[in-house]
Design a protein around this ligand. Structure first.
Ligand code: FA5
Ligand code: MG
Length: 315
């Protein structure tokens, strides 16, 4: 549906606002890609960004495989190595990404990410007192805090240390939203091996990957991630080109309907598989799937009880 290339859609409006920030603060230095094909090789999606062979994200439970060598990209990082190899040093990649995942108001099997990469050369950090890595980490945080300020003005946020195979150190930024901390992006200093393989052994770089829906939910007060896909005019007509941070007025919220379902599980059971089945049947009517009971009997058999919340956005 190319939501990120629609100037009137919250995802497109947000993308353009981030472009403005980079154009202004980095004097149009960043090359922009928003039309790269979402079907990529396993190599691009995982190997090129050093995801270990046994990492969970590679499993059929987490990623949509087209065949054993081809996937629907699960992150925009799939394009990092190739663009570095082609000689780009400052770039933004925006696109639709796909994941088998849990079901609730902030997770959806297709969503949008923007990747940012900036490469530095020895000239940049040699004049400073910092070593190359701290130099890149410092500029990364400055860049993203500046972006948050540009988009939100004041907002409650915090940095959390984390792990990614492709960056070290790695961080996540969380924003306080709907009475919870919500993760909006991952970032860090690019692993040297990625740069080396792309012919940049003397450089350092930072990279980030941000979730556009999550940021747009905070900016526009959009309470549920399913709304981004709505073609209902009561949703679409509320947004216009260049208008950042118009507060979404919810049209009547209809009451939810809950169904609890319990069943014995075997070792091969996974919650992502269950969610895939539920999503396949209920489509966008399903608002949340939540484990509410977990019981193991004397024979060692386990049962799970899930509460499925159905709620229509439109009727
Ligand atoms: C990544 O995808 C990394 N590639 C990000 C990165 C890039 C890190 C470059 C370092 C350097 P993660 O899986 O945490 O990381 O996803 C990034 C963001 O996507 C999350 O912070 C969140 O905002 C968003 N996101 C993740 N899963 C979903 C989902 N199911 N629905 C909506 N948004 C999601
Ligand atoms: Mg994450």
């Amino acid at each position: 549906m190319q939501l990120h290339n629609r100037d009137q859609h919250p995802i497109g409006i947000l993308k353009n606002a981030i472009y403005d920030y980079f154009d202004t603060n980095y004097l149009n230095k960043f090359d922009k890609f928003d039309n790269l094909f979402p079907v990529v090789s396993v190599k691009q999606n995982f190997d090129d960004v050093l995801v270990p062979a046994d990492h969970v994200s590679r499993s059929y439970n987490d990623t949509y495989y087209v065949d054993s060598q081809t996937v629907l990209r699960c992150h925009t990082s799939a394009h990092q190595a190739e663009l570095l190899r082609k000689g780009h040093s400052n770039f933004l990649v925006t696109g639709d990404v796909y994941r088998r995942d849990s079901i609730d108001s902030t997770h959806y099997p297709v969503f949008h990410q923007m990747e940012g990469v900036q490469v530095f050369s020895p000239d940049d950090w040699e004049g400073s007192r910092a070593d190359a890595n701290s130099y890149a980490a410092g500029y990364l945080k400055e860049c993203l805090e500046g972006l948050a300020l540009h988009l939100f003005g004041a907002v409650e946020m915090r940095w959390v240390d984390t792990y990614f195979p492709f960056t070290n150190p790695s961080f996540e930024l969380e924003i306080y939203f709907q009475e919870k901390w919500m993760e909006v992006l991952g970032c860090g200093v690019t692993e040297q091996k990625i740069l080396k393989r792309s012919g940049r052994k003397d450089n350092v770089a930072w990279a980030f990957g941000l979730g556009l829906e999550r940021l747009a939910m905070v900016l526009f007060d959009i309470p549920d991630i399913r709304l981004f896909w709505s073609t209902d005019e009561r949703f679409t007509s509320q947004f216009s080109k260049g208008q950042l941070g118009v507060k979404f007025k919810p049209f009547s919220k209809y009451p939810p309907c809950y169904k609890d379902m319990s069943f014995w599980i075997s070792d091969s059971f996974t919650e992502n598989n269950l969610c895939e089945v539920v999503r396949g049947i209920a489509g966008d009517l399903v608002e949340e799937v939540k484990l509410i009971g977990n019981f193991t009997n004397k024979k060692g058999m386990t049962s799970h009880c899930y509460r499925i919340a159905y709620r229509s956005m439109e009727r």
